[in-house]
Design a protein around this ligand. Sequence first.
Ligand code: MN
Length: 202
Amino acid sequence: MAFTLPDLPYAHDALEPSIDTRTMQIHHGKHHQGYTNKLNAAIEGTDLEGKSIEDILRNMDSVPDGIKGAVQNNGGGYANHSLFWTVMSPDGGGAPSGALGDAINSTFGSFDEFKSAFSSAAGTRFGSGWAWLVVDGDGGLQVYSTANQDSPYMQGHTPILGLDVWEHAYYLNYQNRRPDYVSSWWDVVNWGQVAANFAAAK
Ligand code: MN
């Protein structure tokens, strides 16, 4: 069973003005579709068909050498974007409460300090990549960035919030101003979904 492009959980224009309509159309319909197609082409006829994307990425050692690069890039891209759409919402913004809010406060000191650490990870990732909030192997929270389409699953972590900082994610609206994109993105973070991801990962 091949991987399929997940539908957006809102309209293309729903995240305006943080993310513009045209960027959403191209990002979802072209870029994410492209990763999906190339992932399917890479794994066709292999033992990886039928496995979940998380299972594949958590076990990169068992991916055949001939397709390892394609799976790393396109499997990572497939998983990263599938998470990305769900952790944003036109009703987003604010701050998390409950268990996730408590864990963020105890790990980073405060929500503002968490935001600062995450924004720094997003801003200092050289070239293309992602900023992450993950649950690590000990059940703790970590913030870091990865290059290209590398997924936290590849190092045994579970991503619960991710921000795409490839230029294709923001260049039409923000050009070179990545910090402005990151700053505006906080207004659309779907903390309810991130909290659910946290609960599921623990
Ligand atoms: Mn992207």
